[in-house]
Design a protein around this ligand. Sequence first.
Ligand code: SF4
Length: 285
Amino acid sequence: MKILIAKELGFCFGVKRAVKTVEETAASVNGQVYTLGPIVHNDEVVTQMQSLGVWAKDALDEIDAGTVIIRAHGVPPETLDAARDKGLRVVDGTCPLVIKVQQLARALHDEGYQVVIYGAPEHPEVIGIVGWAGAGAVVVQSLEDVAALPRHKKIGVVSQTTKIPADYQAIVGALMGKCQELRAHNTICNATAQRQAAAIEVAQQVDVMLVIGEAHSSNSRRLAEVCAQVNPRTHRIATADELDSAWFTGAEKVGITAGASTPDSSIEKVIAWPNGVMQSEIAQV
Ligand code: SF4
């Protein structure tokens, strides 16, 4: 069986930076270190962080003292203030590209635009952006949501960084019918677009496509969606343990990609499964 590996996959710049921040903080500070939420949506990485003495807590209420690290998704400004008010040392691991979106949303608000954020309302990155955007910001996740918006004189829109560019373009197009003036910032991260393009390129060439990433990883789910659009034999798996030999019946080529929260070790375990059967020929395309 031939394996084609997407040329862009796995940890993005922002996740690498956040993981490095945790490692450096754990090595350099006295006292307990926490992350606010798992540093990435990957259980293997969270376990690695625990081995460094860094524990993930879902809320500031669960942290009484020590250092709290903000993950790449970022948080609303109120959360940063609350952590400092509690006397916690705050290390901000927010991805610089997410900070840029937060700043753009705040600037749109300050310039009098109705701020619209395209994204999943429950996603931590979007919750953070909403906080920075100030009162009145709305989140849309579909054309139906846009259709339900009232008209505004000025609308400013940003996107969650991991959204699909074509979908965002459709949202922007629909928003034009809702205002006299529209300012749209392209805030989709290149890392996401590059991973999706590389994944599609591979998915089109193979019999079976594997996307490695956990179900609660938004960008991994999206990678699986775009791959499934061009290759119905696409499977998203969290780890090699979920692989099923029945998927590969009659397959000569298998493609592999991985979400931005998937560590190299998880990718290597999939390539090595099962006992070398998939390793006859490996190429990165
Ligand atoms: S996907 Fe892009 S914006 Fe999100 S953390 Fe990674 S580099 Fe930053």
